[in-house]
Design a binder for this molecule. Structure first.
Ligand code: NDP
Ligand code: MG
Length: 362
């Protein structure tokens, strides 16, 4: 397998490279990409020797190009280079590990080129689920979910039985037991300290607001072609059951594994309903899914703006859900059958959410 790792300098990228290094006989690295982390990408090229390296967020730089060439990698610049490497004849598989809406175009390019796509970038399906799934059907691309819950569902599927519903488990994040009054004072550092995993900052905040689970519900809708009512979320603080599938005959198949090898044994499994009053983002995601059309695109864009503002100290923690809800109320939904329509909806929601953030700060 000749693999392109998009977002190689991130949490998913690093884990991917760790796996690749242990199975050098099975994987060749075709390309590694980062946005602006030139030095970290160069370090990775020295260790892993991909054919191409891409810095999508900076313009051509001859000195950098020379340093990458010395490490044995050809360096390309700018976002279009991402599409170029994933669609290349010699690339067979793509890890879509870029965070947020910025990952949509390259994920879609990989799908359109018929590659094996390892999908971590859930936002691509949230923004443009029907477009991405249609492109996969047209090209024959294989979409393999990397998100642990969806991967678990995938592993629980039984071809012989019909599904009644799937259950995505959620850890509940760091504030599962925090009182509602204290939530408004939560800091970015507290929000990024996830009890069970170390991840990038954006998905860490999404986990803390439970928007991550909302995005995963929408991701599941597209990956598994299910109605919103057939996708349920339960809080499972131990994060040992990754997800479950309930069949029409009443049986349930679950996938379990230790989230962390340092946890010695499975002692106790508990499940509870999510508290939607405390975590309104989950309800907002369900509402967007039911509304359809561009509603999930608007939700995703407003969330990205609100999370960015929260991380920069410009918005309180509980302001995140408020900004998303108000953006959704303010904007009408439209069609999202083409990439241009998706990007237009995304842009409008970003502008609206940014104005709402400013108004909240004032
Ligand atoms: P990180 O923030 O750790 O890494 C993000 C990566 O994307 C970096 O390589 C970064 O490059 C690159 N990047 C950032 N902005 C852009 C941009 N505008 N254009 C191109 N590349 C960009 O994120 P994670 O690894 O945590 O998450 C990646 C995706 O995987 C997300 O969609 C997340 O929801 C999903 N996911 C993550 C899990 C995890 O355990 N982390 C689990 C399940 C899903 P640079 O270093 O130059 O900024
Ligand atoms: Mg997940």
């Amino acid at each position: 397998m000749s693999l392109a790792v998009l977002g190689a300098t991130g949490s998913i990228g690093r884990s991917t490279l760790d796996v690749v290094a242990r199975h050098a006989d099975r994987f060749k690295l075709f390309a590694l990409t980062a946005h602006r982390s030139a030095e970290r990408l160069l370090e990775l090229c020295r260790a892993h020797h991909p054919h191409y390296a891409v810095l999508s967020g900076i313009g051509a730089d001859a000195a950098l190009e020379r340093r990458f060439a010395e490490a044995g990698s050809e360096l390309l610049f700018g976002a279009p280079a991402l599409d170029q490497v994933v669609a290349h004849d010699r690339c067979t598989a793509v890890m879509a590990g870029i965070v947020g809406a910025a990952g949509l175009a390259s994920t879609l390019a990989a799908v359109r080129a018929g590659k094996r796509v390892l999908l971590a970038n859930k936002e691509a399906l949230v923004m443009a689920g029907s477009l991405v799934m249609q492109a996969a059907r047209d090209s024959g691309a294989l979409l393999l979910p990397v998100d642990s819950e969806h991967n678990a569902v995938f592993q629980c599927f039984s071809e012989k039985k019909s599904i009644r519903k799937i259950v995505l488990t959620a850890s509940g994040g760091p504030f599962r037991q925090t009182s509602p009054e204290k939530l408004s004072g939560v800091t970015p550092e507290q929000a990024c300290a996830h009890p069970n995993w170390v991840m990038g900052r954006k998905i860490s905040v999404d986990s803390a607001t439970m928007m991550n689970k909302g995005l995963e519900v929408i991701e599941a809708r597209w990956l598994f072609d299910l109605a919103p009512e057939a996708i349920e979320v339960v809080i499972h603080p131990q994060s040992i059951v990754h997800s479950m599938v309930e069949y029409l005959d009443g049986s349930v198949i679950a996938q379990l594994s230790n989230p962390d090898m340092r946890v010695p044994a499975i002692k106790n499994l508990s499940f509870e309903e999510p508290d939607l009053a405390r975590f309104p983002c989950l309800e907002l995601a369900y509402a967007a899914l039911r509304a359809g059309r561009s509603a999930p695109t608007l939700l995703n864009a407003a969330n990205e703006i609100a999370v960015e503002a929260f991380l920069a100290g410009r918005l309180g923690f509980t302001g995140i859900a408020r900004v998303i809800g108000e953006t959704m109320d303010e904007l009408p939904t439209g069609p999202v059958g083409a990439l241009a329509e998706v990007l237009a909806a995304d842009g409008k929601a970003r502008a609206t959410a940014a104005a709402l953030v400013m108004a909240q700060a004032a």
